[in-house]
Every structure is written in structure tokens, then in C-alpha cells.
Design a protein around this ligand. Structure first.
Ligand SMILES: [Zn+2]
Length: 82
């Protein structure tokens, strides 16, 4: 029997798929996408701690790097994290 999924399930799966794809492309095109915004938190990929790759899901939000004017990196709690 064919069961039609509820729209919310489809939305959720579509979102998961988009995030999986984002993670994959972030790795494949690592040298070219450093300034793309993350779909989860909106920060640029290179700011993500510790690997410079975007958040992998809405429940697994990464901390961010912040750089001061002398170029020192500091780990910053992501404000999108609850
Ligand atoms: Zn992110």
C-alpha cells in the first residue's frame, strides 16, 4: 500500500538532504567555498570550529572562530546554539 507522507515529513527530509549535500560539497569544493554561508547558522564555512566545514544538522551546531585584528583565532560560542 502506498502511503502519502505528511508534508512536514517531506520538508524535514528535504532539509536533511540539503544539509547532507551542503556538507558533501563543502568537502569536495573545500578550496572554493570558504565564504559561502552555512544553511544552519548563516556563518561562513571558514568560521566553523574546528574543521572549517558547515554545521551538519539543525541539532549539531558548531562553534565558530573569531579573529581579532592581529589575526589571533579565538573560539566563539555559536549564537544559534540553544
Ligand atoms: Zn553553521
Amino acid at each position: 500500500m502506498y502511503i502519502v507522507e505528511k508534508n512536514t515529513d517531506i520538508d524535514k527530509k528535504g532539509r536533511e538532504l540539503a544539509l547532507n549535500l551542503q556538507s558533501l560539497m563543502a568537502i569536495v569544493e573545500y578550496d572554493y567555498n570558504r565564504h559561502e554561508p552555512c544553511l544552519v547558522c548563516g556563518a561562513k564555512f571558514f568560521k566553523h570550529y574546528p574543521d572549517g566545514l558547515p554545521c551538519e544538522s539543525d541539532t549539531d551546531i558548531k562553534d565558530l572562530y573569531s579573529k581579532d585584528r592581529w589575526g589571533n583565532k579565538k573560539i566563539l560560542k555559536n549564537s544559534k546554539k540553544s
